[in-house]
Design a protein around this ligand. Sequence first.
Ligand code: PLP
Length: 364
Amino acid sequence: MDLLREVRGRDHTYDRFLSTMCTRPHPIAVKAYEMFLETNLGDPGLFPGTAEIEKKVVQLLASLLSCRDGVGYISTGGTESNIQAIRAARNASGRRDGNIVVPASAHFSFDKIADLLNLEVRKAALDEMLRVDVADVERQIDERTICLVGIAGTTEFGQVDPIEDLAKLAIENNIPLHVDAAFGGFVLPFLDLDLRWDFRVDGVQSITIDPHKMGMSPIPAGGLIFRSADHVKRLETETYYLTVAKQASLTGTRSGAAAAATYAVIMHLGIEGYRATVDRCMDMTRYLVSSARAMGIEPVIEPVMNVVGFKMNDPPGVRKALLERGWHVSMTREPRALRLIVMPHMTKENLDIFIDDLAAVISH
Ligand code: PLP
């Protein structure tokens, strides 16, 4: 234990993280996590109580995404949920030589999917607002396309793709649309934006939504929600030695703690609690942007959510100088910018210190 304390002491702390989409888990989620530590949802007949909680969490996530009858499970995160969503679409298509069309802004989990599922991943261009160009998506669809992907909250800029237009294309071509809302799923429902991106849009078959990001659940907690049970069936494997006959998750043995923790934090915070958290993060984001503007630094796009990309001459140099002052920030690919995420662990006091440090770094 002394050794563990020592190594843990060498980790950096969330107070100075502006680079991550994860955050400190809510204390009530930690309590629930500990309570369910030894449970295994890979064999749910042994843990029927935990299995019931997972069902409840899935219902809560589905209703947050405007689909009362949605089905799915608690995964290990956005990567697993994206893999499984595309696997379901691939299995439904019956093709083994298919392709998917994703925005150029898609998370790198889609590159893993290409490799794992032996699919070609076609990347569609973005418009000047960094949303996917629907005309380019249309150009890339052919008879081998088994799924379209739209993103509700891109990893690098927090932008939302035109999901309704993508859904129209998906319906016209008789293919499903998967929405990756790994980050945006716990942000967009609490913003007053006139955007339709969830199951209210016909054609959306599945949505990735991660409790371990803005949901404030402990890692690893991802969510994969399908519009209907048929889609989950396409993921099922027969299990010959467990308490259930079939399993649809990617992992076999899997912790029930993530589901219990997610249930606890959702029930504790409720819609109002999450709204207040998102409001706080958005207030700080706007404050960060206006402070940066006062230094002559502009965001690449006006932030839609609590993710900001700042234009600057030398993002790697600025990142390094900030790291020397103890700040963890990251960078985007295209356009190259300094990337900051203002998560619930950030405080106004720490943000003020960051802004002073940014001003000092920029003026050098
Ligand atoms: N999708 C999006 C939009 C993301 O931003 C991320 C991670 O940041 C992922 C998927 C992958 O999630 P995870 O790292 O939980 O597997």
